[in-house]
Design a protein around this ligand. Structure first.
Ligand SMILES: Cc1cc2nc3c(=O)[nH]c(=O)nc-3n(C[C@H](O)[C@H](O)[C@H](O)COP(=O)(O)O)c2cc1C
Length: 370
């Protein structure tokens, strides 16, 4: 038997205004259509699933029924309107479509498809030459108080053995402390400068122990001191240029970070934190597509592994935290989220005798919470 189905606006579509043009973005197919605003009421009639016939009983003074029929037919051809099959079972598979619209939209809209045009290396070079004056500084520097770090040490631990020993250690003994030498080593081996290239036409570049998209070296690290006595408590930026700590603000920010990280208990025990950020503006200077954001996240992954491996070799306990309130973190660090964003937080403490599974006692936790 022939079944009449309801029509609905395609749910995999985002509508936005771009310089006065209304764009229908069918983001899963990477297809954008521009639409005259006078047709929008017809489209919106189907924001709830409706039978096509219902449309013809509505009052659309600008259109006669024949025109309406043609418009609906065009919408169906272009997949702006789709038939809803109510007898279809709801798909409960967990996947990217389960997440909210903005994530869903970002995910599908920013996949690089076959038709994507890439610049030749020559064209890219010429474009960057034109833009070299606007290149964001490859070093971030803060004025104000600076604290020297000891020179990084040569670490003789075997790399493969260290990799096998790497683990997240969240719960440390708050009475035991790492020292500035440990901190210096971790900062240098994870995000320090290992080489520098002079400006060869497209700006200068620095090199690190991690690979970096387009040589943009976008990772920055901040140290938050909760309890080390050698330097004041507070938030510091790690200067890659000078290998020292630049004080951003003094104070004990343990409670703020406890809150930023959604109340994760290891925040009460750690000696301090490393906060990783990505200077997305450095990457965007070179790449203006979605791979810019992806690149930044890949670089963060490398940075994280560098921190883990160096800490493991030094018998320092660390654990990554990827769950945090971005807006609070960014405002505490005083960073502009359009240029730089927080990517990960790492707790630091002493490892002695501790593993993933061997943790301090409850009494020791409470002692740490005081
Ligand atoms: C991107 C990312 C985010 C994470 N976020 C958290 C977190 O918020 N809190 C936490 O306790 N562990 C977090 N972890 C650590 C994982 O839980 C941990 O790596 C995993 O349990 C495996 O244990 P292992 O690191 O000891 O091998 C995160 C790990 C990654 C890679």
């Amino acid at each position: 038997m022939f079944e009449i189905k309801k029509l609905s606006m395609n749910l995999d579509m985002v509508i936005y205004n771009q310089s006065g043009n209304i764009i229908l973005d069918l983001y899963k197919e990477h297809r954008q259509l521009s639409i005259n605003t006078k047709y929008l009421p017809i489209l919106f009639f189907f924001s709830e699933a409706n039978y096509e016939e219902e449309l013809y009983y509505q009052d659309f003074p600008d259109f006669d029924n024949i025109t309406l029929e043609n418009i609906v037919a065009e919408f169906i051809t272009k997949k702006v309107l789709v038939y809803v099959n109510e007898s279809e079972e709801k798909n409960n598979t967990l996947g990217i479509d389960t997440l909210n619209k903005s994530i869903n939209y970002y995910y599908w809209a920013n996949k690089v498809f076959t038709e994507e045009k890439y610049n030749s290396t020559y064209d890219e070079f010429m474009t960057l030459m034109d833009k070299r004056k606007s290149q964001p500084n490859i070093y971030k520097e803060y004025p104000g108080e600076k604290y020297d770090l000891p020179f990084p040490q040569e670490i003789k631990e075997d790399l493969m053995t260290t990799m096998l020993k790497r683990e997240s250690i969240r719960y440390v003994d708050p009475q035991k402390k790492i020292n500035l030498q440990d901190l210096s080593n971790i900062l240098y081996y994870s995000n320090g400068e290992t080489a520098y290239a002079l400006d060869s036409g497209i700006g200068s570049a620095i090199f690190k122990t991690l690979a970096t998209p387009g040589g943009r070296a976008a990772s920055e690290l901040y140290f938050v001191n909760f309890s080390l006595s050698e330097i004041p408590l507070g938030i510091y930026h790690y200067s890659i240029k000078s290998h020292n700590l630049e004080l951003i603000k003094k104070g004990n920010y343990r409670d703020d970070f406890f809150n930023i990280c959604g109340g994760q208990i290891q925040l009460n025990l750690a000696n301090g934190l490393l906060v990783a950020t990505e200077r997305i503006d450095r990457i965007i200077w070179k790449y203006q597509d979605a791979s810019a954001y992806r690149s930044a996240l890949i670089e963060t992954g490398e940075l994280a592994q560098n921190i883990y491996l160096t800490a493991t070799a030094l018998k320092v306990a660390t654990g990554i935290i990827g769950t945090f309130r971005d807006n609070m973190l960014e405002s505490l660090l005083d960073i502009d989220p359009a240029l730089e964003f927080g990517t990960a937080i790492f707790t630091l403490g002493k490892k002695e005798g501790l593993t993933r599974f061997n943790r301090p006692t409850l009494e020791e936790y409470r002692e740490g919470e005081k």
